[in-house]
Design a protein. Structure first.
Length: 767
């Protein structure tokens, strides 16, 4: 029997060679019909025998290596009238009308076939810095609107030459309908300029050679890549790395590295099988890798931590740079840090780069393909033998996270003010923005506003519900409260952290024990929370337990100056701090006096349960420093030195008669001070401290289970970016027969807050 089916496919199915795959599959099975892109995804009509169409749909539902970037969310088939005169299968023009729900494909690293062509002297794209195909290349960074067709990308201004046009129109070519297709004759071009913008070189091959020569001579080059500029120097040249830090005003924060191959990275870092797989994936993120001893890299690349952040070359331009040889020398590992000043947004426009980075870079390698959407590099690390997101951006955004239940009302979630991302939710998708940054910086806030509008247009998002943090002073929350004609939902910070884990894992109605630990979050009682045990679902939460409150003087300064939490904890627990110990942390006696006065007179002092600030205090007591020059610098240093062979703990008390239950860490802190005075090494103290934190958090979970019979624990919050602590706690919880869930798809820091906010709102608005 001959039948005809209309099939609607949603997910990541545009701009990845999906339509050619459908065409070939239909021809192979002898089916007639048509396929096209639309605003929801891909629409297919197939006609043929009942059993053949059943085979066609079954094949669609299976994983297919022929289309490596394909991610199907749904396939819905319905019967339509048979067309008797139809004799073939075709690809027809896109339908740009209707509600937009099509998934926008993330940018993808250059595939193996394109790399082979890039270095093949017989190929007409030999050494062309913009080689790509349907399996790789720019997507999100160049798209202006959906459906994903060339006229709606920044490639619209480049008319295809005859050769490229032939491949674009050839159904059997992997560049069939590859929207960014180009070559040296018809496509974008690179050029090299000096720090004032004056052109040095335009010849495509000479640009590469001259850039590498400049880098090998210890200079800094701003290079325009896929989602914005990188500031680049030779990672093996100590003076060049130090100069980059000085000019960029980035004193201490680790710098990202790039290399051409896994083999090269292995010269500098330990690369596990899992890490290798992540590095070589189409997403090509930065991966944090344990340092090799005696790695021949500048010590200034990543001081104070025990990892290097490495990524592989992800664009043809970077492959060409790392392959180029000048006078027998090559670049092995380059620093490739974000092209911006301090914590400002990533720069993606040539004129702005020269204006703002001219005092940092000695030269500019630019190109004339517009970056419509600037996207920073993603960062991944490994916890519990799983890839875990630290910064979600290039390669992952705007890939949606699927909701288990249909979202009845469209939602906009603002996120938090630190490490901001925002989220739109509609249909069955949570669509998160890339990492935006800290909204207190004016340019970041303006970029955030612009990004929200871009998402609204790209995804046709018309939020009926707006969600924000409970904090009265957040800029994101202030913005949300001013939006008219919507329902506003304010969500407590740590509940949102817990909900982000539940959303990732498809939990909709289940109650969980949520262990949430970070630096700061506004609590329902007006205090600053930061080490919490919640009983939480997506519908509501209660506070079962927390770290003892202690006074924290100085507001925002307390997150930078470790002496402030040291004094607050000392006052709370009546700890004896010797003058010698205090002077080792802060030699300025006047500063010590001011902080003491603040505490004594309760001036600009808040009550907090912040575990992040306890980490700061312990790092300072261990002699590791007195200030966070960048966020979590002291906790990262404390983690890096911890001796993994140490299994001992310090004493603490779980005060179970309190409501909520509280954790008293007087014994922990006094023991650390005693160990320090006895000359016990900081590596031992750090390990015992981490073990103790894991111990009391597990005890909180055990006490909560005894009262509630809940056996699922979710972990979230910035403190769980600490691999040593996270791994110890996960093992301890499992040893106590808990089911343990934690963030992997979004960061456990505030970069995941918007997902949690949206997930909570989605259940509050279900019909």
């Amino acid at each position: 029997m001959i039948i005809r089916k209309q099939i609607a496919v949603t997910g990541q199915v545009q701009g990845i060679g999906f339509r050619p795959y459908i065409y070939r599959l239909a021809q192979q099975l002898g089916l007639t019909g048509a396929v096209r892109n639309d605003t929801a995804g891909v629409s297919i009509e197939v006609q043929g025998r009942t059993e053949t169409i059943a085979e066609f749909i079954a094949t669609l539902n299976s994983e297919n290596p022929q289309v490596p970037l394909m991610k199907i969310l749904s396939i819905e088939a319905s019967d339509v009238e048979v067309i008797k005169s139809e004799s073939d299968f075709s690809i027809i023009a896109s339908n740009a009308t209707g509600d937009i729900s099509a998934g926008v494909t993330a940018d993808a690293a250059t595939c193996g076939e394109c790399i082979a062509e890039l270095f093949d002297p017989t190929d007409f794209r030999f050494s062309y810095a913009f080689v790509n195909c349907t399996n790789c290349g720019p997507r999100y960074s160049i798209i202006k609107a959906v459906p994903y067709d060339r006229p709606q990308t920044t490639m619209a201004e480049f008319a295809m030459c005859k050769k490229c046009g032939g491949q674009y129109a050839n159904i059997n070519d992997r560049r069939f309908h590859a929207q960014p297709i180009a070559c040296e004759i018809c496509g974008p071009a690179i050029s090299l300029a000096d720090s004032t913008g004056k052109t040095i070189e335009n010849d495509q091959r000479k640009v590469i050679q001259k850039t590498v020569e400049i880098l090998l001579n210890g200079k800094i080059v701003a290079i325009k890549g896929l989602g914005g500029f990188h500031l680049v120097c030779d990672g093996q040249n100590d003076s060049a790395v130090k100069m980059l830090r000085l000019r960029k005003r980035r004193d201490s924060k680790p710098l990202a590295m790039m290399a051409s191959s896994i083999e090269t990275i292995k010269k500098f870092a330990e690369v596990s099988d899992l890490a290798e797989k992540i590095l070589a994936s189409p997403q090509s993120p930065i991966v944090l890798l344990p340092k090799r001893k005696n790695a021949v890299l500048s010590p200034a690349v990543a001081g104070g931590v025990n990892t290097f952040g490495f990524m592989l070359a992800s664009t043809p331009l970077h492959h060409l740079l790392l392959a180029e040889e000048v006078d027998g020398r090559k670049l092995n590992a380059i620093v490739a840090t974000s092209g911006n000043v301090s914590d400002e947004p990533l720069i993606c426009k040539n004129d702005i780069a020269i204006s703002q980075l001219g005092s940092i870079a000695d030269a500019f390698l630019t190109h004339n393909r517009e970056i419509y959407r600037q996207v920073d590099d993603s960062v991944v690390h490994i916890i519990d033998d799983k890839p875990v997101m630290l910064r979600r951006a290039r390669g992952f955004v705007p890939t949606a996270i699927t909701a288990k239940a249909k979202i009845e009302n469209e939602i906009f979630a603002c996120g938090a003010d630190l490490k901001n991302t925002f989220c739109f939710a509609k249909n069955n998708q949570f669509i998160l923005s890339e990492h935006i940054g800290d909204l207190a910086e004016g340019r970041v806030y303006r970029h955030w506003l612009k990004s929200i509008e871009h998402f609204r247009q790209l995804f046709d998002a018309h939020a009926e519900i707006v969600v924000c943090d409970l904090h009265p002073g957040y800029l994101s929350s202030s913005y949300a409260r001013k939006i008219e004609g919507v329902k506003l939902i304010e969500v407590q910070h740590h509940w949102a952290h817990a909900a982000s884990v539940m959303a990732e894992n498809g939990i909709t109605n289940e109650r969980t024990i949520a262990l949430i630990a970070d630096g700061t979050g506004f609590g329902t009682d007006g205090a600053i929370w930061g080490c919490e045990c919640l009983i939480a679902s997506l519908q509501n939460f209660s506070r079962f337990g927390h770290l003892d409150y202690f006074p924290l003087p100085g507001g925002d300064a307390a997150s930078k100056q470790a002496l402030r939490p040291v004094f607050g904890l000392a006052l709370k627990y009546d700890l004896m701090l010797s003058d010698k110990l205090l002077s080792s942390i802060e030699p300025d006696e006047n500063k010590i006096k001011i902080i003491r006065t603040q505490l004594e007179k309760n001036i600009n002092t808040v009550q907090t349960s912040s575990l992040g600030r306890v980490f700061d205090a312990v790092a300072a007591l261990c002699g590791l420093g007195s200030e966070n020059n960048f966020e979590a610098q002291l906790p990262m240093t404390l983690e890096a030195i911890a001796d993994e062979t140490i299994k001992d703990c310090y004493p603490y008390q779980l005060q179970k008669n309190a409501d909520p239950v509280t954790v008293n860490i007087a014994g922990l802190l006094s023991s650390i001070i005693n160990d320090r005075q006895k000359g016990v090494g900081a590596a031992v103290i750090s390990a015992k401290f981490h073990n103790t934190v894991a111990g009391f958090m597990c005890d909180l979970a055990v006490a909560a289970r005894k009262e509630t019979a809940i056996n699922t624990v979710v972990l979230s919050g910035g403190v769980f970016c600490n691999r040593f602590l996270a791994n110890r706690l996960i093992k301890l919880l499992r040893k106590n027969d808990f089911r343990v869930l934690f963030n992997t798809l979004v960061p456990s820091n505030d970069g995941g807050i918007s997902l949690g906010q949206a997930a909570i709102a989605s259940t509050m608005t279900e019909k």
